[in-house]
Ligand binder design. Structure first.
Ligand code: SAM
Length: 279
């Protein structure tokens, strides 16, 4: 998988050189490049922001550097462009567009299902906003949607077609506001990257964890078996694999009901046994 991240603070993304994601980069599983948005400015001061139209607090990220930055990672037409399998004769040569992920507290909330979905992609591009965010026309241009009026440069956005160079997703880390998109990108890249084949040593650990099947994980314990007066559940020492699996399943359900009843409401009922459905 290829990932490009654009930020005015590329140093913020340094943790992506560490641990499993850093190793995945070294092993060639993940081709991850971090770019400085200011390298795509054209003025002496490397300006990336300006005051908002309509007034109000804060600054807004200018569209020009964003467009140049995002264009720089688009595949050159006809050159090594990955192709999607043909669906209809008319789109048989359609290239797979990269997904542009714009972190935003006003986006869809990132979750494990979205991490799995994005882990199937070949090319993700992350655009880290700062200040009050990125001029909305960048997202419209990237997606090929929108018609926010005719610009004073005389270009009618509606006449440029409805098909932009990216598939655009505004994605939120949760219902709170961060200072910039970098922390959100760190979290998303780690969640997506660990799902790529070969990144996590034992793929079984991806199956047995929280949110894999809509439930939270059961509690885990290690040696010593007695610590500060606390033991571990006897069943874990029984060697009876069926009983251990049963205990863990009960704990998953108990925890999820207790801590995240919203997950129970959203659960696919087919993953529950008849007995579990009855309780
Ligand atoms: N004015 C924006 C609003 O109210 O929606 C918030 C701007 S925030 C101070 C600056 C940047 O931080 C955003 O453009 C976005 O990239 C990032 N950001 C803030 N909170 C986020 C969240 N919960 N999830 C993802 N990105 C977030």
């Amino acid at each position: 998988m290829r990932i490009d991240v654009f930020s005015i603070f590329p140093e913020y993304l340094a943790p992506l050189e560490l641990s499993l994601i850093g190793k995945a980069r070294q092993d060639g599983i993940l081709d991850l490049q971090v770019h400085n948005l200011r390298d795509f400015t054209t003025d002496r001061h490397r300006t990336v922001d300006d005051s908002p139209y309509g007034g109000g607090a804060g600054m807004v990220m200018k569209p020009e550097p964003w467009a140049l930055a995002l264009e720089s990672v688009l595949p050159a037409v006809g050159q090594g462009t990955p192709r999607r399998p043909a669906r209809t004769p008319s789109d048989s040569l359609a290239p797979a567009k990269p997904i542009l992920i714009v972190p935003s507290p006003a986006g869809e909330v990132f979750d494990q299902a979205l991490a799995y979905e994005l882990a199937e992609e070949k090319h993700l591009v992350f655009a880290c906003g700062r200040y009050e965010g990125i001029d909305e026309r960048v997202l419209e241009w990237a997606a090929g949607t929108g018609s926010t009026g005719t610009g004073s440069d005389g270009i009618d956005p509606t006449s440029t077609g409805s098909d932009g160079p990216f598939r655009v997703r505004a994605v939120s880390l949760g219902d709170y506001v961060l200072n910039g998109g970098e922390v959100a990108v760190l979290a998303m890249v780690e969640a997506i990257g660990r799902l790529l084949p070969g990144v996590v040593g034992n793929p079984e650990s991806l199956v047995e964890e929280s949110h894999a099947d809509g439930l939270l994980e059961y509690p885990v314990y290690t040696k010593p078996s007695s610590w500060r007066g606390r033991g571990i559940p006897d069943v874990l020492l029984s060697g009876n694999h069926a009983k251990i699996a049963g205990f863990r399943r009960e704990e998953q359900l108990r925890r999820t009901v207790e801590r995240r009843p919203d997950l129970i409401d959203a659960l696919d009922p087919t993953i529950l046994t008849k007995a579990e459905l009855a309780t």
